[in-house]
Each structure stands twice: as structure tokens, then as C-alpha cells.
Write a protein that binds this ligand. Structure first.
Ligand SMILES: *Cc1c(COP(=O)(O)O)cnc(C)c1O
Length: 386
């Protein structure tokens, strides 16, 4: 089976991990801060806080921004459940803004309309989490403008998008957001096994997130209440967690990060090949945006079901039977049973639901061979044309 995504692990990656295994520190050693500096410089942000998953990064981002009971967090239904769950972890309420069917990202016009109504009801959101779906940036400039007007904070869920650009700046530079989060799960652009990072230009947010990832504890004298500073002394300032990344993981991430632009170039080659081979079929290939350079985490085709004699499910099953590990991103979050229990209903976000009913993610990952790409294309063409 050709999977929809997979990691690429090289000999230097393995050597880097081995070096940590033979060193004095498996965790809380020197490699995590080195990795953090390298992430920060790569994405052009001042601070990076490495953690054990993007889910943890989203959680501590929300807490650092003061999200709590009674507050509202808005995100998009076309995402992984973690983008919404982080608000619920903080005791806040969660709501969604439907997607723009052209970009598959949060619709900014829809956001603006919803803000106007929410203001009248006195229920403006405290935090909004736009998701850079498939690696392509949202209209962050406009979202930032709305954030100033309606006084909400912005966390970019860029789990898909490390290495991408928006208006020629790296996603993660936080020009238009408070915090940006990346995931290092093995299907994402680079991996640490499990892992994630939050980046920000705001020093107070960085300090707060650093404490929250490690029990709420600080060893930094400037953050302490007490004047007494015995050598063993530390203070717990907040209720934090153990969300730390290990040095083993950071070493893998650091080694992977050196190949970031090459990994994304190879994704672009695959995407361009698919574009050219599939453009004549009754389906939509991914749209490209002039002000974005996508990291191309996903390559999603949208079937034109009116022109096909098969259902999405039939095409999906045929592709799987042909050894193509296709997938679907995403089941709209509000349709999950847990979110239905919170009161959301089918039909609440029709663009996300319609998109979902037509979508199939084709395999895309840097180590795909020429043969793999051809097999994918011929399986898709056969399934759709026959
Ligand atoms: C993968 C993903 C996450 C969660 O990342 P983890 O590192 O697995 O916790 C969150 N949001 C989006 C959009 C994702 O794709």
C-alpha cells in the first residue's frame, strides 16, 4: 500500500538520535533549546517552545492567552479535532466559522459576518484559530485586521505548514498572529515521532508557555515571587503539565529541519505531476494562491460527483483495492458525536460538509518514487474514467 503520507528517515537522522542516546541527557538536556533556536530562526519568530505534540502546543497557547470558562474560541470545521478540543480543555466554549470552498480555509467574509452578530449578542470570541489547511496560509492579513477591530487573539494552527510562505514571509513569523503552532507527527512535513512547537514574538507569552509545558514551574529568578534563591530553589507559578519534548525527539527534528526546503520541493514536484495528469478529469485539483507558497502537506482532489457514475465511497474503495492508501481530510469536526452532544447539527456548516462529501487525499510524501506517482495517477484515472 502506498500510504497517503509518511516520514523520511535518513542515516544522519539516525546518527543524531544515537548521539543523544549515548549522551548524559535523554530529556531536559541541551538539544531541545538548540532545536527551539533553529525553529525560531527558520520561521522568523523570536521564541519557540517545543512540546510533545501540536495538541499540547495548542492547549498551552490558549492558556497563555488567558482563555477560560465563559470565553469563546472559534476555529474551522475542516480540521483535525485538536484545533477545537484545546478550547474545551480550558473550559471555554467552542464554535466554528465555515470554510471558503475555494481555499478550504476559514472564510474571512463568514468570520466578519459572525463577528457582527456575536457583538450584538455580547458573545465575541477571545481566541480564533485559523488552520492553514494542507499547508496553504489563510488570509491572515484580513484576520489580523479583524482581530484588532474585535479584540480577539489569533493562534495559527499551522500543523500542516512549516516551511510554507505567506506574502513572502515564513508561516510562523507571527506578523499577523499572537502564536503559531506546528506539528511534528510523522505524517507532517518534518517529524520528531510525536512533537510540536509554539512560536511567538511576545516574550510574556513565551515565558508563560515555557512554564505551562513543565508543571507551571520556573527557575528564572525574574519570574519568582520570593527573594530567597537557594541553589535548589524553584517556584510553581501556574498549574502546568508535563508536555516536554525529549532530547531524543529534538535531535531527530533538528536533523530533519536541515532538509526542510528540499522536503517541500519534492512535495511540489509530486503535486505538479498530479496537477498535469489529473487536470482533464471531472474533479477539482487543489487551487494555488499567488500570495502563498504551500508546504503541500496534503493533496486533496474534489470529485465532481454530478459528472461521475460512481460515489466517492466506490472510488475510495477502488483506490484502496489498487494499493493506494488514500484518505479523507477532514470529517467536519462539528459532525463528530462528541460535538453533536454539545449541540452542533448536520447542516450547520454546509461548505465544510459539501467539501467533505467530495474529497479524497492522494498520497504525497517526499520519498515517493516515480513508480509510486505513476501508480497513483493511473489508479485514479482508471477509477474515474472506467
Ligand atoms: C496533526 C494536527 C494536529 C495535532 O497534531 P499532533 O502533533 O498530532 O498533536 C492539530 N491540528 C491539525 C490541523 C493537524 O493536522
Amino acid at each position: 500500500m502506498i500510504p497517503y503520507g509518511r516520514q523520511e528517515i535518513t542515516e544522519p537522522d539516525i546518527e543524531a538520535v544515537k548521539d543523544v542516546l549515548k549522551s548524559d541527557f535523554l530529556t531536559q538536556g541541551p538539544v531541545v533549546p538548540i532545536f527551539e533556536h533553529k525553529i525560531a530562526s527558520t520561521v522568523d519568530a523570536k521564541h519557540a517552545i517545543a512540546v510533545n505534540s501540536a495538541t499540547s502546543a495548542l492547549h498551552i497557547s490558549c492558556l497563555a492567552l488567558g482563555l477560560g470558562p465563559g470565553d469563546w474560541l472559534w476555529t474551522t470545521p475542516n480540521t483535525f479535532v485538536a484545533s477545537a478540543n484545546c478550547g474545551l480543555y480550558c473550559g471555554a466554549n467552542v464554535d466554528f466559522v465555515d470554510i471558503d470552498p475555494k481555499t478550504l480555509n476559514m472564510c474571512v467574509k463568514g468570520l466578519e459576518n459572525k463577528l457582527v452578530s456575536a457583538e450584538k449578542l455580547g458573545k465575541l470570541p477571545k481566541v480564533i484559530i485559523p488552520v492553514q489547511f494542507s499547508g496553504k496560509s489563510c488570509d491572515m492579513e484580513r484576520i489580523h485586521w479583524l482581530a484588532k477591530l474585535y479584540k480577539f487573539k489569533v493562534i495559527e494552527d499551522a500543523s500542516h505548514a512549516i516551511g510554507g510562505l505567506y506574502q513572502e514571509q515564513p508561516i510562523g513569523s507571527c506578523k499577523y498572529s499572537d502564536i503559531t503552532v506546528f506539528s511534528f507527527h510523522p505524517v507532517k512535513i518534518i517529524t520528531t515521532g510525536e512533537g510540536g512547537v509554539a512560536v511567538t514574538n511576545n516574550e510574556d507569552l513565551a515565558k508563560s508557555m515555557r512554564r505551562l509545558r513543565s508543571h507551571g514551574i520556573t527557575r528564572d529568578v525574574s519570574e519568582m515571587n520570593s527573594e530567597l534563591h537557594d541553589p535548589w530553589y524553584y517556584e510553581q507559578i501556574d498549574l502546568g503539565f508535563n508536555y516536554r519534548m525529549t532530547d531524543i525527539q529534538a535531535a531527530l527534528g533538528l536533523s530533519q529541519l536541515q532538509r526542510l526546503s528540499d522536503l517541500i520541493c519534492r512535495r511540489h514536484e509530486i503535486s505538479a505531476y498530479y496537477d498535469s495528469c489529473l487536470v482533464d478529469l471531472p474533479l477539482k485539483i487543489p487551487s494555488h494562491n499567488d500570495d502563498c507558497y504551500s508546504s503541500l502537506h496534503l493533496y486533496v482532489i474534489r470529485l465532481n460527483l454530478d459528472k461521475l457514475y460512481k460515489t466517492r465511497r466506490e472510488i475510495f474503495d477502488e483506490l484502496r483495492a489498487a494499493g493506494i492508501g488514500v484518505n479523507v481530510h477532514y470529517i467536519p469536526v462539528h459532525t463528530q458525536p462528541f460535538f453533536q452532544r454539545l449541540g452542533f447539527r448536520m447542516g450547520d456548516f454546509p461548505e465544510s460538509e459539501k467539501y467533505y462529501s467530495e474529497a479524497i487525499s492522494l498520497p504525497i510524501y517526499p520519498s515517493m518514487t516515480e513508480g509510486d506517482k505513476k501508480r497513483v495517477v493511473s489508479a485514479v484515472r482508471n477509477s474515474i474514467m472506467l
